[in-house]
Design a binder for this molecule. Structure first.
Ligand code: TYM
Length: 325
């Protein structure tokens, strides 16, 4: 039996990149009866960038509702908020003391911001250590993530190896990233990687009129309607081909290359496809967003299960470090 684990930060509502890059592949893996799935909301990680507590609480609900909207079986598996299982932070502290400074200084997410060090808080700098704790606390084997998390996963493994060397045995299980090469990095509406921080994301749960405004803003070149167009360099086509069926993709491809088909048409087709393909998840999402108590009780039950697994690992780690009674 393999243990699958992944997390989403509550720094915004989940977007199409999170859904295609992590949530759907993780749910697919969770359907395998050989697997046991541990999916959580990384609300502590979101504090590195988001300080507004009311917003964080709303985003936590939105992330939880998204997992449920895509059919995560929370009864069979484990589903929780990171902040409610205190062993995450305890293990993170221990692992901080096994993490060399240059490893963190080399992290891409930190390096991107290191030109303005006054904007980098210590939480952001040690972010990968908390992530390693999230994974290692639950003896996770497979971590489905988008390509942007590859370096964090390598660090988690590296930190586990350093701890195990001290222990003289494999106390912490070495995790493996699972990155779907077909999905890679989902583009945002400006063609860069879709990201909350670039504000270029598509929130598929928006009401139809707002979703329409977002799809209209997708970057395109200035070719006239009658001109033939290159589908492979166009963002709308790329997004469409990530969610549409093979025959729909082939039809749009030939519309592009034949000409007489404008980017406006393609954007309308993308909107229709999102609304159709995500019709049921959109309904379930709205249901949970309106029924907070139900959502809360699902999370509280999950947190009990997560805590008992976490306590087992932390017990072994404390033992190695001389912190047990
Ligand atoms: P976060 O919240 O930024 O993203 C959640 C997941 O969505 C994937 N993703 C994407 N995949 C493809 N294309 C995109 N444009 C795109 N944008 C985001 C991410 O790769 C990720 O899998 N550090 C993590 C959260 C985390 C975590 C963990 C993940 C904390 N602890 C332990 C796994 C295991 C993060 O920031 O994800």
């Amino acid at each position: 039996m393999a243990r699958v684990l992944t997390g989403i930060q509550s720094s915004g509502r989940p977007h199409l990149g999170n859904i295609l890059g992590a949530i759907l592949p993780a749910i697919e893996l969770s359907k395998n009866p050989e697997n046991e799935s541990f999916f959580f909301i990384a609300d502590l990680h979101s504090l590195t960038t988001l300080k507004d507590g009311a917003l964080r609480a709303e985003y936590v609900r939105a992330i939880a509702a998204t997992w449920l909207a895509f059919g995560f079986d929370y009864k069979k598996n484990v589903f929780w908020r990171q902040s409610r299982v205190q062993e995450h932070t305890e293990l993170a502290w221990y692992l901080n003391c096994f993490t060399p400074f240059p490893m963190l200084a080399n992290a891409t997410a930190y390096k991107e911001k290191s030109e303005k060090l006054s904007d980098v808080n210590a939480g952001l700098f040690t972010y990968p250590v908390l992530q390693a704790a999230d994974i290692l606390l639950f003896d996770a084997n497979i971590i489905p993530v988008g390509k942007d998390q590859k370096q964090h996963l390598e660090m988690s493994k590296d930190i586990a190896v350093r701890f195990n060397q001290l222990a003289g045995e494999e106390i912490l299980v070495l995790p493996e990233a699972k990155i779907d090469d077909r999905i890679m990095t989902i583009p945002g509406i400006d063609g860069q990687k879709m990201s909350k921080s670039y504000n270029n994301y598509i929130d598929i749960f928006l009401p139809e009129n707002e979703l329409k405004k977002v799809t209209k803003k997708i970057l395109s070149d200035s070719k006239a309607l009658e001109e033939p167009k290159d589908p492979d360099s166009d963002v709308t086509f790329k997004l469409f081909s990530l969610i549409a069926s093979e025959s729909e993709i082939a039809e749009m491809r030939s519309n592009y290359t034949n000409g007489g088909y404008g980017y406006g048409h393609a954007k309308q087709a993308l909107l229709a496809c999102i609304l159709e393909k995500f019709d049921e998840p959109r309904r379930i999402f709205n249901y949970y967003m309106e029924n907070n108590e139900e959502l809360e009780s699902i999370l509280v039950a999950g947190e009990e299960k997560a805590r008992s697994v976490a306590q087992h690992t932390i017990g072994k780690v404390r033992n190695v470090l001389g912190f047990s009674s």
